[in-house]
Design a protein around this ligand. Structure first.
Ligand SMILES: Cc1ncc(COP(=O)(O)O)c(C=O)c1O
Length: 393
């Protein structure tokens, strides 16, 4: 066998995607699995969006498209951004990609030189450090585990990690795995500091529409005057519109960066799927009631979770402001059950209860577990009954 590249040899598999495989294996053995590991909505894609996709196929909109996205979709993105965030994006700033994951990947490929540092949040979405390393960069962590209030996304956690080698910082708000949202004052302070240092602030806001507070979300591109020269937002339709399989995301970035990303996309995927782009136009311009209904359902589940976890006791957590994850500290029970770590706890729970939870170590936070509530209320009740009995036994 020929030798693989050094770049790929250091890359590990995504622990969350690995769980999907384990689940399939257990189901093949006839086991009924309660899955709280999912990183995707349990709802189907709304009908109006599906119909737009079907109509695109019928109209033979099934060929290559412009690399960075069709004009109609860019227009819809510009309109959505103007309405939501009072920001007037230019077409040349927009790169539509097959998923925001790929958008972030080509952004980092276009920006990072070997040895550059990228500050990523801790706990982190599993792909950030892997992508940074793949570019030859070094991931440096903005620690949100130690501060108060628990998991708060602060500017100081990033500012304190700045060095002359910092090329970019990644903010993930609402956060996967904690569900925390960065407050406007913190984000403005962070952008203010890093633009003076000529460091790009990348805001991954793929859970932006799943918010539980007053629904207000600080607009990264219009928060600080002229910020958009130093800010890129990486957005996704996957979570808000339950479209994970359609693979559709977009980035709004400073023009030279967007042009560089487009060149990489040109020579790698050519363009995002034509059918998905038409469906995305409908998602952004059609009625938003289905999004509101999904968020309301997530809110009910989050509140139920909080009540049950409070009743179990000794599981410190922070009530999520957004996304659909509960992130909590299970150290007390790891100790009580004489288990080694969160990985062993998750495995014990899987073996004994047939319940999937994601170990916090996957996000750089040992002792914690991530519990996704993108699953039915019926399963949540059943899963929490099992978990409560197990932890108390
Ligand atoms: C924080 C975060 N960013 C980006 C993504 C990628 O989403 P997609 O590529 O489906 O747009 C995910 C998916 O789990 C995520 O959790």
């Amino acid at each position: 066998m020929m030798e693989l590249s050094k770049r790929v040899q250091t890359m590990t598999s995504s622990p969350t995607l690995k769980l999907v495989q384990i689940k399939k294996q257990l189901q093949a053995q006839g086991k009924v699995i309660l899955d709280f590991g999912a990183g995707e909505p349990d709802f189907p894609t709304p009908d109006n969006i599906k119909e737009a996709g079907i109509a695109a196929i019928r109209a033979n909109f099934t060929k290559y498209t412009p690399t960075s996205g069709i004009a109609e979709l860019k227009k819809a993105i510009r309109a959505a951004y103007r309405a939501e965030q009072e920001y007037e994006a230019q077409d040349a700033q927009i790169v539509v990609s097959p998923g925001s994951k790929y958008g972030l990947f080509i952004l980092l490929q276009a920006l990072i030189e070997p040895g550059d540092e990228v500050i990523v949040p801790l706990p982190y979405w599993v792909s950030y450090p892997e992508m940074v390393r793949f570019c030859g960069g070094k991931a440096v962590f903005a620690d949100h585990l130690q501060g108060q209030p628990r998991f708060a996304l602060t500017a100081s956690s990033y500012v304190s990690r700045w060095s002359k080698r910092t090329k970019a910082v990644i903010v993930n708000s609402p956060s996967n795995p904690t569900g925390m949202v960065m407050k406007a004052g913190e984000l403005a302070e962070l952008i203010g500091f890093f633009r003076k240092k000529n460091v790009l602030v990348v805001v991954d806001d793929c859970y932006r529409k799943i918010l539980y507070g007053d629904g207000k979300y600080p607009p990264p591109l219009s928060l600080v005057p002229a910020a958009s020269e130093h800010v890129a937002v990486v957005c996704s339709l996957s979570k808000s519109y339950a479209m994970t399989g359609w693979r559709l995301g977009y980035t709004i970035a400073p023009e030279p960066l967007a042009a560089a990303m487009t060149r990489i996309q040109e020579h790698s995927t050519s363009n995002p799927c034509s059918i998905s782009q038409k469906a995305a136009v409908e998602a952004l311009t059609g009625g938003q009631e289905t999004v509101r209904a999904m968020v309301e359902e997530y809110r009910l589940r989050r509140d139920y979770f909080a009540r049950r976890v409070d009743a179990i006791g000794e599981i410190p957590y922070a009530l999520p402001d957004g996304a659909f994850y509960f992130f909590a500290d299970f150290s007390h029970y790891i100790g009580r059950k004489k288990l080694q770590d969160d990985g062993q706890l998750a495995m014990d729970i899987l073996e004994k209860l047939n319940v999937i939870l994601v170990p916090g170590s996957a996000f750089g936070a040992p002792g914690h577990l991530r519990i996704s509530y993108a699953t039915s209320m019926q399963d949540i009740r059943a899963g929490l009954d099992k978990l409560e009995a197990y932890l108390k036994s």
